[in-house]
Design a protein around this ligand. Structure first.
Ligand SMILES: [Zn+2]
Length: 242
């Protein structure tokens, strides 16, 4: 192959590899964010379970305090029962006592409910804690792997960038200018010529051009997309003797 053409093909491959590596490297922050988001979602579930448990415990405590106050009130009324003078007063105090006892009963029901609820919530908190711990450990591992991958990709990008610069510097300036112009316009500067066709834009070339292109000696540009042709001869057929 014409050595300049060969360099252009190498330049093309190096640039393609570099782009792929840079694209992968560019995805790293998004992947890192995904890990953080997953962790935050799990953390929020754990926090919600803890908050619900605390609310239930608080409700229980409030009702327990209220029951204590009501019991004090009941004792006070019971003391009053001894001191009343009339039947009417007696009935009125008795009525108060009944009211207080109904209130105590209702609050004791709530306390029982909250106790059952808290038991279930405590289990949920324990499960969420275990879950979060596992997710956190996974996230740490994934992030370490991601960091290692980013470092490897960064080094690879640097190597490819240096290789690209070195190859580009070895190509004659005017040819490199043509290549760069087409690459900027089309995304790639070279195209494989196969079966008489440009493999990038799929336009058929004139027969005499195809004959010349196959020699890989001169530089030809596709008449349609302007990419510089290169030709990869088919691998030689090896005849295996029986
Ligand atoms: Zn073309």
């Amino acid at each position: 192959m014409n050595p300049d053409l060969e360099k252009l093909v190498r330049l093309h491959h190096t640039e393609t590899d570099l782009k792929r590596v840079q694209t992968e490297l560019g995805e790293v922050p998004r992947l890192r964010q995904e890990i953080d988001e997953r962790l935050a979602r799990d953390r929020a579930r754990l926090d919600a379970a803890r908050t619900a448990l605390e609310a239930s415990q608080k409700a229980r405590k409030q009702n327990e305090t209220a029951v204590q106050d009501l019991e004090t009130k009941r004792s006070k009324y019971k003391g009053q029962l001894m001191e009343v003078k009339t039947n009417k007063e007696y009935t009125a105090v008795l009525h108060e006592i009944e009211g207080v006892e109904r209130d105590i009963k209702a609050r004791e029901d709530v306390i029982l409910e909250e106790m059952e609820k808290a038991e279930a919530l405590a289990l949920e908190v324990r499960n969420e804690e275990a879950d979060f711990k596992a997710v956190e450990a996974d996230a740490k591992k994934e992030k370490a792997a991601l960091d290692a991958r980013a470092a490897a990709l960064g080094a690879e990008a640097q190597r490819l960038g240096a290789e690209r610069d070195a190859v580009a510097a070895s190509v004659p300036e005017d040819l490199l200018a043509v290549y760069a112009r087409v690459a900027k316009q089309r995304g790639t500067g070279v195209a494989e010529a196969r079966d008489g066709m440009c493999q990038a834009c799929h336009v058929r070339m004139r027969l005499q051009i195809w004959v010349e292109v196959k020699k890989n000696e001169q530089v030809f540009q596709c008449e349609s997309c302007s990419r510089i042709y290169f030709y990869e001869p088919p691998p030689p057929t090896v005849v295996v003797e029986p």
